[in-house]
Design a protein. Structure first.
Lengths: 667, 148
């Protein structure tokens, strides 16, 4: 006979204000099988949990329903509470009164009635719950890091220094990411490459790290502790073991006019190229889309000059299969570019550039060797207008969020400009200055007060060209929206940061959630910011939302700590909510007829064939068997099974029918 | 006479729509109180007999919602659900069951507002259609055996 306890949480006022908890407790106490029903201000608090534990012991409960917040929040908390009181944790269910009831309805009788229905459904379900025991699975102590920007580098180094193997996959020919493109970094004006390249070299030389550059994730199978990863190593057209990185091929290559992505298309590169001088690995790749040999079938000049015969024109993409126990996603971000800002003449006027292009112009390794010059005529710009929030915080552009880093890098640009061109004048159009961070506000104050950048609070409506000048038309909203017209020599747009291209496809390969802007979603915005909802996959850096370098590095170290924590165990325990094939007495043995349709829907190849044998060893029947180590509990096979021979523990047919029945009992 | 309040049962997956409905709550977006949610690991788990059972027990409308195509936590469960729904819908239609009472949707974990809209729209739609008495009449709960 079921003895169910119902524990109703007020969650302070969150539930108690909207739902009549006293009435709820009174009504639920009359449900058949409920022997204890109490409400309490904060059930998740220490006394709340003690109350549950004492009731479990005192009332000899066989099942518990906690009516509180979403099970996604506190299911594990309350299951642990039950476990501590000697009740199997899977005999505890959570009725979601907060997210699904009190927060979405006004205080009313309907809200209380809905709460009663929700609790009734879970009471009927929990009566049919059975004790379940966690499944133990081994852990492969190798981490896969996807993305070799500063976040990926940090995560890889931290995990590797923790004593574990790391595989780092970078899609570009070199690691380094956007940080390697930057000239200086705020708020210290450290040279970006000077602080990054030692890390890049450390990573390449680390005995625990295997680096696959010019490679992408092909597919992912498996689950936490036991991921099976396929990596596509794109053909570099060189034999990396023979190549010494002498660079002779790149000097001899006759194809010269290919826009250089690393310089944001402000310079040219060859068809066989190393993206930048400090690249890691510092070995070239052939860009097959632009190489004369691949386009016309002849040339091979690089091959002729290569002193080590390392060129391989017939090299194919290679698929490498590896196993990993955890994955860190660090695929970074991108910025909005040409055509997105027709009103600013972006893409039409050569001297309207984006922030990353300004970084390259200001960088000593950039196309102008660090001299700030106009792209149109090479003259020194005497007036430069910086426009913050180009695209960001602009619902009309479809980007409602703040890109976060632009205020700071715009201040940095203004300072760098002033340091290089002493008689120049920087203007900054801004909406708000968002300079939250250590020494950040001081930095923007410095740009304004010491470096003399003129900050104008307002938006720019349009930019047009007249007599070689860019006419910037805006408004100063601190001066009664007085129109402002500036004849500028150069305009720099702090364009919105967006998710890295291909984020959606990658998220789908990994089964991690992503938001409307294609940024990956964390498991909890506050308390689990480096985890995804897919166990064993962690987030680092700007792939989650736009972040600056210190934040990316912090999150990467956080993700690395999570991975090391995971790898500190030899076995993982997993929820046993898996499918099972029923077994009955002979001569039937199981209602399964061995059609194996279930095999065709199982995404995890978890369904095997089991032979039922007689004593003499002859096979009586072949039925399906579910491998508990592989089954993830999606239940697709259960719904498909024609003879209803498979059931899903925790979501059995009987439990769901009971829920349906209970919900509609009075609704 | 009081306005007819439809009874609607929502079968949702844990990873997308259940989390999306959580987000609706976290965002404090209000919606009609007519829907009761049953959580599944995946829409691929949803046996369409559950829907018929709900109608038999007095539901006036059903929502089935899970992850968007390609976003399934289990790779392909939502595709199986969608395929099953397409076949099942024709069958139900053939049998004379009002398929307008079943709403099939995708709501992701980030679409809290969409969940509220879905609930409100479905409630308004079912309110227009009225109680599903024709089905309730032919189903006699006391004679049914719970299937297990």
């Amino acid at each position: 006979m079921a003895r169910i306890g119902v524990f109703i949480c007020h969650c302070g006022e969150n539930i108690g204000e909207t739902v009549d908890c006293t009435k709820l407790a009174e009504v639920t106490s009359r449900f058949p099988g409920v022997v204890k029903s109490v409400d309490y201000k904060y059930m998740c608090s220490e006394p709340g949990q003690t109350l549950i534990k004492e009731a479990i012991k005192g009332n000899r409960l066989t099942g518990v329903v906690v009516a509180a917040c979403s099970p996604r929040m506190h299911e594990s908390t309350f299951r642990k509470t039950c476990s501590e009181a000697g009740l199997n944790p899977f005999l505890c269910e959570i009725a979601n009164l907060r997210e699904h009831c009190s927060w979405v309805h006004e205080k009313s009788e309907e809200a209380t009635n809905k709460a009663i229905d929700i609790v009734r459904a879970l009471v009927e379900k929990v009566k049919l719950n059975e004790p379940l025991y966690p499944i133990k699975v081994p852990v492969t102590k190798t981490a896969l890091v996807i993305g070799g920007g500063v976040a990926g580098i940090q995560a890889a180094l931290d995990i590797a220094n923790g004593g574990h193997k790391v595989i780092l996959v970078e899609k570009n020919p070199s690691i380094g990411g956007h940080m390697s493109q930057l000239s200086e970094t705020f708020p210290t004006l450290d040279c970006s490459q000077c602080i990054l390249t030692p890390r890049m070299v450390e990573l390449a030389q680390h005995p625990n790290i295997t680096l696959y550059s010019y490679a992408e994730l092909e597919s992912l199978d498996g689950f936490i502790g036991n991921f099976k990863v396929k990596i596509r190593k794109k053909a570099k057209s060189i034999d990396e073991n023979l190549c010494t990185g002498c660079g002779l091929c790149t000097t001899k290559c006759p194809v010269k006019k290919i826009p250089n992505e690393f310089d944001e298309n402000l310079s040219y590169r060859k068809a066989i190229y190393v993206p930048f001088p400090q690249a890691v690995p510092n070995k070239p790749v052939i860009d097959r889309e632009n190489c004369t040999y691949y386009l016309k079938g002849k040339c091979k000049i690089c091959e002729r000059f290569c002193p080590t015969q390392a060129i391989r024109f017939d090299q194919q993409d290679e698929i490498i299969e590896v196993e990993a126990g955890a994955i860190v996603l660090a695929t970074g971000f991108d910025i909005k570019r040409a055509d997105f800002f027709p009103e600013y003449g972006f893409g039409k006027y050569k001297d309207v550039i984006d922030g990353l292009q300004f970084e390259r112009i200001a960088s000593a390794s950039g196309p102008t060797l660090g001299e700030i010059r106009r792209l149109s005529d090479g003259k020194i710009p005497k007036k430069v207008v910086f426009i913050a929030c180009a695209g960001s915080r602009d619902p009309a552009k479809g980007i409602e969020y703040c890109s976060k880093i632009c205020c700071m890098y715009t201040a940095k640009h203004a300072i760098l400009y002033k340091h290089k061109i002493h008689d120049g004048q920087a203007y900054v159009f801004y909406m708000d200055i968002r300079a939250g961070g250590k020494n950040y506000d001081e930095f923007t104050r410095r740009a304004i007060e010491e470096e003399g950048a003129k900050y104008i609070r307002g938006r720019v409506s349009r930019i047009y060209e007249r007599d070689g000048k860019l006419i910037v038309v805006g408004a100063d909203t601190l001066m009664n929206a007085r129109p402002v017209v500036i004849e500028a020599d150069m305009v720099v747009l702090a364009t919105a940061g967006v998710a890295s291209p291909g984020s959606e496809e990658l998220a789908q390969k990994l089964h991690v959630a992503y938001d409307q802007y294609k940024f990956f979603t964390e498991a909890h915005p506050k308390l689990r910011p480096v985890e995804t909802n897919t166990a064993g996959i962690f987030l680092a850096g700007a792939c989650q939302s736009i972040k600056d370098i210190p934040e990316s590095v912090s999150q990467a170290s956080g993700a690395a700590a999570k991975v090391c924590g995971l790898f500190s165990q030899n076995e993982l325990t997993r929820d046993p909510l898996i499918a099972v094939v029923n077994r009955t007495a002979p001569p039937l043995y199981s209602t399964c007829v061995g059609c194996f349709l279930c095999q065709s829907v199982c995404p995890y190849q978890a369904i095997e064939k089991e032979e039922i044998k007689a004593k003499d060893g002859s096979v009586i029947k072949i039925i399906a068997k579910i491998n508990p180590g592989l089954c993830q509990g999606c239940g697709s096979c259960v719904a498909l099974c024609r003879t209803k021979s498979i059931d899903l523990l925790g979501y059995t047919n009987r439990q769901i029918y009971a829920e349906v029945d209970a919900i509609l009992n009075t609704l | 006479m009081d306005e007819f309040e439809p009874k609607i049962v929502a079968f949702v997956c844990n990873w997308c729509t259940y989390a999306g409905a959580d987000l609706t709550g976290t965002s404090r977006i209000k919606y009609a109180p007519n829907v009761r949610i049953i959580r599944f690991p995946c829409t691929g788990r949803i046996d369409f007999m559950f829907i018929l059972k709900a109608f038999a027990r007095g539901a006036d409308g059903i929502i089935v919602s899970g992850c968007h195509p390609n976003d399934c936590h289990y790779t392909s469960g939502n595709f199986h659900a969608r395929r099953r729904w397409i076949v099942f819908r024709s069958l139900l239609d053939f049998l004379g069951i009002d398929v307008r009472r079943i709403t099939f949707s995708w709501v992701s974990a980030a679409e809290g507002a969409k969940w509220a809209d879905l609930v409100n729209q479905t409630t308004a739609e079912i309110r227009k259609l009225g109680p599903y008495t024709s089905y309730h009449k032919i189903s006699k709960p006391e004679e049914e055996v719970i299937y297990g």
